[in-house]
Write a protein that binds this ligand. Structure first.
Ligand code: MG
Length: 302
């Protein structure tokens, strides 16, 4: 699973350095490893990071405007950037300054003037660790059977998006989807066939959640969840309806269901009436129950 860790060519280094000469020197040393994106100010670098998180940051200590340490502290506070290792580049390597570097949350520091081999080796080493950590995180968040994210990741992401939508006063919608008569399907066709149904449903969810922040999860058993940030409930209902139609259109035989094919029901809710993640889940669950109660193979909203 770590086979590709030595190939760092798909990584991105973000360099924050206000001296054009130092920019050139560092770029020359690292250009063979991977892509380097350079900014002269911490403010610009942070804005970029939040949109496009790099794999590692090389941060100049002294910058015009926000200092390297301040930038580091800010980035550590943001969930999207908290895991990015930051290496300080500094001409002052006094004991006091080293302490400051560790206190700020830096993973390492490199002294100026730059020693090319030290820079290259430090960056390579930290990029490798970062890649390994990413692979492990990815594995522990993905449902082994269906390939969509698991419930642990769902809970973490729901919490994160809920906070974000409060901060930006935007809508967050949740779809909870359940395969209809799935127990009957398993009893009749067997668990292996049942697993194939769950994989097909998961693929249909992924096909319908293509916007960058949309995310599909296996919530448990034959239950799935879809998180839709910046999406009011009406738009979420449309997405849910497409999913339900697409699952029906798979035309997977299910003679034990009145529909004769595999179908699913979905409940949709958004956060306009609540800031609590548990309440949002309950609302979507209630809507799902209503969809089941009205004959399944449909979407209901609360
Ligand atoms: Mg400087």
């Amino acid at each position: 699973m770590f086979n590709d860790v030595n190939d760092l060519s798909d990584c991105t280094i973000l360099l924050v350095e206000d001296s054009p000469i130092n920019q050139k020197v560092i770029q020359c040393c690292l250009e063979d490893i991977c892509e380097i994106v350079t900014f002269a100010s911490a403010e610009e670098a942070i804005e970029y990071c939040l949109q496009t998180p790099p794999d590692i940051i090389l941060m100049d200590w002294i910058l015009d405007g926000m200092s390297g340490v301040q930038a580091c502290q800010l980035l550590q506070k943001e969930p999207t950037t908290a895991n990015i290792p930051i290496i300080f580049v500094t001409s002052n390597t006094s004991e006091h300054q080293q302490e400051e570097c560790w206190d700020a949350g830096g993973v390492d520091f490199i002294g100026k003037p730059i020693v090319a081999r030290t820079l290259v080796n430090r960056v390579r080493t930290h990029l490798k660790y970062k890649k390994q950590a990413d692979v492990l995180r990815e594995y522990s968040y993905v449902d082994g059977l269906t390939g969509v994210y698991n419930r642990r990741y769902f809970e973490q992401e729901l919490e994160r998006f809920m906070r974000q939508s409060q901060r930006t006063t935007s809508s967050l919608s949740l779809i909870i989807l359940d395969v209809d008569f799935f127990k009957k399907y398993n009893d009749y066709y067997g668990h292996l066939e049942g697993d194939d149904v769950l994989k097909s449903v998961a693929q249909t969810l992924q096909k319908n959640t293509r916007r960058p922040l949309d995310c599909a999860f296996r919530y448990g058993g034959e239950e799935f969840a879809v998180l839709l940030p910046n999406t009011p409930v009406d738009s979420a209902v449309k997405i849910a309806e497409n999913i339900i139609q697409d699952i029906h259109a798979l035309a997977i035989e299910h003679t034990e269901s009145p529909m004769q094919v595999v179908t699913a029901s979905a409940g949709v809710a958004d956060n306009h009436s609540t800031n609590e993640t548990d309440t949002l889940i309950n609302l979507a669950d209630k809507a799902l129950y209503a969809a089941k109660h009205s004959g399944r193979n449909q979407v209901k909203q609360l």
